[in-house]
Design a binder for this molecule. Structure first.
Ligand code: SF4
Ligand code: SF4
Length: 360
């Protein structure tokens, strides 16, 4: 995004990697949905909207959660392992996992609806304020997590550029349903990718997110590694869904053959949530067995986590507590301060499969 778009107040920011079509539709190439949107429509993630033939990101600068913690919590063990990071997130995800712990933030449908209506009072924070806060708290890096950074790339990049200039590293925690174009744009500015490999089963991904395929996700992870980003992968083992030891072995083999024997693999524990609340928490034994299998197959750095799951933000302090800004000012109603198109076009329909807005 050009710096000239940066504002002192909340406003919609032009989506990166958008492709306008002659009829006014626009294709978003940030993630592999490649949503094709008509005027007034929002993409699957709900964070990008077509207004009069241009796409805009609704969530630029909108912060849902902040935490300061060890990089090992992400989990990342082989990049500056003694360092502290400031984790930040917004709203919006391009998946709809049935076991997501973090719906209010990761999906953020209510928050994004409020932004679209000009009624949101969520914290709006300029990129330089994020970096200043990170420096004040003495951390070594900034991690983009909780929501999916792919659907917030405009802000992620602006913060990352300032972070690098200030000597901080950057971490991107993702489901890796990301286009090659987006990876190429972010590669110079992102140091670490912590990515899910949820499964190697096509059926699992059909269940989790109908348009995604294993091949797309694996291709995205490989591309990130090829671009020079330090990659660590994570598999959250869910009882009856992806806890077959043969399948877990296949994941380890894929990592060995595509990312290298020294590429770290984290095996984490599922805790019941959302539509998978009826399932038990993962038995520690299968987590340990997967780790043993990964080592037997030649992976040099396999970690069994019996205490962490996805990188959720459920009990964080209020954003205002970290930023030490006036909460009233921080949480003013976010109405777009640009005057280019007035109110018309801000209020948008939700994603509807039946509306045929997907580029296929
Ligand atoms: S889901 Fe969001 S980020 Fe992905 S292509 Fe659609 S609008 Fe863009
Ligand atoms: S589990 Fe992760 S990828 Fe899946 S919906 Fe939640 S935040 Fe998105």
């Amino acid at each position: 995004m050009p710096d000239s778009q940066l504002s002192e107040n909340y406003q919609l920011v032009e989506t990166m990697l958008q492709q306008p079509l002659a009829n006014g539709d626009v294709v978003c190439n940030l993630c592999l949905w490649r949503c094709r949107l008509r005027h007034g429509q929002r993409g699957f993630c709900q964070a990008h909207v077509n207004r009069n033939g241009r796409l805009y990101n609704l969530s630029y600068g909108i912060i849902s959660a902040i935490e300061i913690e060890s990089i090992r919590n992400k989990p990342v063990y082989h990049y500056r392992p003694e360092s502290q990071v400031m984790s930040i997130g917004s709203y919006g995800c391009n998946f709809r996992c049935k076991g997501c712990h973090n719906l209010e933030i990761s999906w953020g449908v209510d928050a994004l609806d409020k932004l679209a209506r000009g009624q949101s009072t969520d914290a709006w924070v300029r990129p330089e304020q994020i970096v200043e806060t990170a420096l004040k708290h003495g951390v070594d890096g900034i991690a983009f997590t909780y929501s999916e950074p792919a659907v917030w790339l405009e802000y992620v990049l602006d913060v990352s550029k300032l972070a690098h200039a200030a000597g901080l590293f950057t971490v991107y925690v993702s489901n890796s349903f990301v286009t090659d174009e987006a990876l190429e744009v972010m590669a110079p500015h992102i140091d670490v990718l912590c990515s899910d490999i949820k499964s190697l089963s096509a059926e699992f991904y059909r269940d989790v997110c109908p348009v995604s395929t294993v091949e797309q996700v694996l291709g995205s992870i490989k591309k990130a590694a090829d671009l020079g980003i330090h990659v660590e992968t994570r598999t959250n083992v869910i009882p009856t869904k992806n806890d077959n030891l043969d399948e877990l072995r296949s994941i380890a083999e894929w990592i060995r053959d595509n990312l290298g024997r020294d590429s770290p693999w984290h095996v984490t524990k599922f805790f019941p949530a959302y539509k998978l609340s009826h399932l038990p928490a993962t038995d520690n034994a299968i987590i340990e067995q997967a780790a043993v299998a990964g080592r037997e197959l030649g992976l040099e750095h396999v970690y069994a986590h019996t205490d962490i799951s996805c990188d959720c933000a459920t009990e964080n302090r209020p954003v205002s507590a970290w930023l030490e800004l006036d909460p009233a000012a921080l949480n003013e109603v976010n109405k777009c301060s640009a005057t280019c198109c007035g109110d018309e076009g801000i209020l948008v329909k939700k994603f509807e499969r039946e509306a045929g807005i997907l580029a296929k």
